[in-house]
Design a protein around this ligand. Structure first.
Ligand code: BES
Ligand code: ZN
Ligand code: ZN
Length: 520
């Protein structure tokens, strides 16, 4: 989709479809909706006046109404999209409303469209007051570009596939130079971020017969080479050399060899600006299980096909590196992908086995389906040996996290308050939802093993997301670390007006913003 930004009056913009957002400014739970269009254009407001007077349009988030041949506008159609209550309005609603507009247009064969940049109508309206222009602009572009994706790569019906939006123009008002600069900055960032997130989503969408660990390594390497990042892809021999006994144990049940991808971003600094000697080095570690059968502790057949998305943590890290390469923060970042296929076979690891991780810790395997933490254990330790001072991992790690939080919030665990503070700042920009769960040392006893240093599950269902985090914490040790359990949020199970079913690309935006908080 070709994205453009113009500064002019939206009413005079010639397009098959112009979109304007509408907020419900009513106060109180039972109050009648009070619709306000987020535009300063009187022509647009007039064109929609009788519709709004009809009380049919309530302004709820994702609600859509179309007007054909709106009078006084150059556009052929005017689409009004609700953003919900003014009181709770955030950039996230703008992201979703922009997506809704794109997904309204796509199946109707509309190729070109425009969105009126959201603005408050009169001086008395303050719906957007606390929402900076840059973030509004960025969210709008992200929402539109994310919504444009349909997962039809493997459909042969070309007619349907061709229904994509070719061009989208954001029509912003001509304003002071500082404002137009902010809008342009958000627009540019939005494109970079959405492209990266869509890249992650396209990896997650791939079936495991196509996206093997080797292929994941190839695609990461190809991305790095286009973006100018250093990339190394290793397999069994290197894992053996590094004594990654936990990672190797998971991999050995499959005929597909494992892949460990190491992507490095080095900031290009000029002579004036040197990074201090103790500057942070950020390590991103992703779980890349391209298919999780559970191994010898085999999963039941129902829903097992979903386990192709067990590499969504890895995809999030590859997506984040994609955006980092474009946005060039002043901080060194190393992305490590631990990819394998978890299979039952004559060569598979078994419950009761004891394996030795790269760090030297011994692990008793109680359940071969708790494989993600094993590959990450070696990935986290390796990141530290490469000099990482701050770690983050993302993984579709536990069903227990989905039981706890459902599919709205992903789980967040950390061993360091300051790092959590940085991540909270990141979430405010990304609009993604992570809910903090505990991983304090009083849970440590739950992963004590009778015969080894630790065991790979808590032994019962209780606190399953936390025991998994406790296991990872053994390998992060004192290094500040955040663990994101994205099992419930990596795949959209429901269709929404702004997205289809399929991969969400969750965590790309938050990880990117978290990294940027360390940029000097
Ligand atoms: N990949 C799964 C977790 C998962 C569940 C991801 C649902 C996405 C949706 C993980 O490897 C797993 O199987 N975890 C086990 C751990 C248990 C054996 C301690 C689980 O959650 O049941
Ligand atoms: Zn598993
Ligand atoms: Zn898994």
């Amino acid at each position: 989709m070709d994205m453009k930004l113009v500064f002019q009056d939206a009413a005079g913009f010639q397009t098959p479809l112009l979109v304007v957002f509408a907020v419900d400014a009513s106060i109180g739970k039972d109050a009648e909706p009070l619709i306000a269009l987020l535009t300063t254009s009187d022509s647009i407001t007039n064109a929609a006046a009788s519709l709004i007077a009809s009380d049919e349009f309530k302004g709820t988030l994702g609600e859509q109404t179309i007007l054909y041949g709106p009078s006084g506008l150059k556009a052929e159609r005017l689409l009004i999209v609700g953003v919900g209550k003014a009181k709770t309005l955030s950039v996230d609603e703008i992201r979703k409303a922009a997506g809704t507009a794109v997904r309204w247009a796509k199946p109707r064969g509309i190729r070109q469209m425009a969105i009126a940049f959201p603005e408050d109508h009169a001086l008395s309206d303050e719906h957007l007051d606390n929402l900076p222009c840059t973030l509004l602009s960025r969210a709008l572009v992200e929402g539109a570009m994310l919504a444009e994706r349909d997962w039809d790569t493997y459909k042969s019906d070309k007619d349907k596939k061709d229904r994509s939006i070719e061009g989208l123009t954001v029509v912003a008002p001509s304003a002071e130079e500082s404002t137009t600069r902010e809008i342009q900055l958000g627009f540019d960032e939005g494109r970079v971020v959405a492209e990266a997130q869509n890249f992650a989503r396209s990896l997650v969408n791939e079936p495991s017969n196509i996206l093997t660990p080797t292929e994941l390594g190839r695609r990461a390497a190809a991305m790095c080479s286009t973006k100018g990042l250093k990339c190394e892809v290793y397999s069994t021999a290197k894992l053996q050399e590094l004594k990654m006994g936990a990672f190797l144990a998971v991999a050995k049940g499959s005929v597909e060899p494992p892949a460990m991808v190491v992507m490095t971003y080095e900031p290009q600094l000029d002579k004036v600006k040197q990074l201090p000697k103790d500057a942070p080095v950020i390590g991103l570690v992703g779980k890349g299980i391209t298919f999780d059968t559970g191994g010898i502790s085999l999963k039941s057949a129902e829903g097992m096909e979903k386990m192709k998305y067990d590499m969504a943590g890895a995809a999030a890290m590859i997506g984040a590196m994609h955006a980092i390469a474009d946005l060039k923060p002043s901080v060194k970042v190393i992305g490590i992908i631990c990819s394998a296929e978890n299979m039952p076979s004559g060569t598979a690891y078994k419950p009761g086995d004891v394996v030795t991780a790269m760090s030297g810790k011994t692990i008793e395997i109680l359940n071969t389906d708790a494989e993600g933490r094993l590959v990450l254990a070696d990935g986290l330790h390796y990141a530290k040996t490469l000099g990482c001072t701050h770690l983050i991992d993302a993984a579709t790690l536990t069903g227990a996290c989905v039981v706890a939080l459902g599919m709205i919030n992903a789980g967040l665990f950390t061993n360091d308050e300051d790092t959590y503070e940085h991540f909270s700042r990141a979430m405010r920009v990304s609009g993604e939802k992570f809910w903090r769960l505990p991983c304090t040392d009083d849970y440590r006893d739950m992963i004590k093993s009778q015969i080894a240093d630790i065991q790979n599950t808590g032994g019962s269902r209780w606190g399953g997301a936390t025991t998994a985090a406790m296991f990872l914490k053994e390998f992060a040790e004192d290094t500040p670390w955040v663990h994101l359990d994205i099992a419930g949020c990596a795949w959209n199970e429901e269709v929404k007006p702004w997205h289809p079913k399929g991969p969400s690309g969750v965590a790309v935006r938050s990880i990117l913003e978290w990294v940027r908080t360390y940029s000097s």
